[in-house]
Ligand binder design. Sequence first.
Ligand code: 5AD
Ligand code: SF4
Length: 452
Amino acid sequence: MDTSCPRFSVRTFGCQMNKHDAERVAGMLSAAGMHAADEVEQADVIVFLTCCVRENADERLEGQVASLKALKRRRPEVLIAVGGCIGQRDGTELLRALPHVDVVFGTHNLGRLPALLARARESSTPVVEVLGGSDEFTSDLPSEREHRWHAWVPIAVGCDNFCSYCVVPYVRGPERSRHAEDVVEEVRSLVADGVLEVTLLGQNVNSYGRDLYGEPQFARLLGAVAQTGIRRIRFATSHPKDLSEDTIRVMSQTPEVCRALHLPVQSGSDHVLESMNRRYTSSAYLGLVDRLYRAMPDLALSTDIIVGFPGETAEDFEATLDLVRAARFDQAFTFIYSSREGTAAAALGPRVPRDVAQERFDRLVSEVQRQALAKNKALLGSVQAILVEGASKRDATVLAGRSEGNKVVHARAPGDSPDSLAGTFVDVRITEAHTWFLSGELAGGHTGIQAG
Ligand code: 5AD
Ligand code: SF4
């Protein structure tokens, strides 16, 4: 690496939108002549992309930025920038807790980061730029992908749902969709660039297009993206109230669309769901899950669940456990409710005591793990197409990749070193099922399709 070149480091907390934003920040800073630093200590510019959906992201940001104080003292020319949801929410306020931050930006002006950094370099005072909102969908920024065969493709930003616990509608603004032709065109050029898998991103992909076309057009968009030559399509996140029968049909009939669905349920109690403003009941959710499994018996289903929502009783929590058993989730991201200023739920009571919430959380995690293991055991003996990511972290002779259901799969790679198979598909016969990964043996070699 050319050591005279200025170097950057991008760190993210939170959702996939942040990971995508991180690739765009890396792309912009590279286009401006900088290189990625191997270690944060060597970076000249350190960018934090943050999420304020839950409290612990705030705490982690403060901890990490505070730990850079010593670096800043040694090398005062280092610039620290904080953006994303926390930047959007706190603006200038952020400088009170973290005075050694040089640039604060929001969720609507990512593309301005190089200019803001340049301004900060020239001035001795911090630069804060947070915009109220943008009508424009800023999608055409350069991007530096983590894996050359995978790309995040935003199809909509913002959210109109106002779930009572959630800060996203306030920090990301109303839902704005990207024109279908632009999405398809982007995927086409990604395919030409060697990309095999895209993940379509939006807070609620199922309502994609409502703002542009008057009605949701997600099923049609999926069909169009599948025609581009892309091998695998994933998408997140789906709101149960908006997941259409058309989308289920396209998923089940289109081989390029992975049979993997992230469908946050949040709670199994109707009274909690109502006060969360989710606009479905637990039986409506389970009915939807039933239709999904009937259309796709091998569907991998994941979810998000919050415990300790204000007013959640022991009975409500039991209803959540019942739902987890009935839905047979492959994976669930579980959260203890954290009150977010400005949201409707912040005013609700009674609060669930921390120790009660923790106890429920632990029981929920055990149940989720039991379900995940049962789902994985059902795959024993099956052959799964795996997109190889490289050698497994623990053993350089073992390859690691992802199945269509987005599960981590390990297999010994005889002859071939795993890294030379990165970005190709291999078939693996599953011989061992664990809670969070599967192991198996190569079955019938690999397809030889290499990412560019
Ligand atoms: N407290 C706890 N979890 C939350 N989530 C969103 N807001 C909160 C909150 N205030 C969770 C939801 C959502 C996921 C991205 O984060 O489960 O689906
Ligand atoms: Fe938040 Fe609900 Fe919108 Fe998801 S759908 S981003 S939980 S308001």
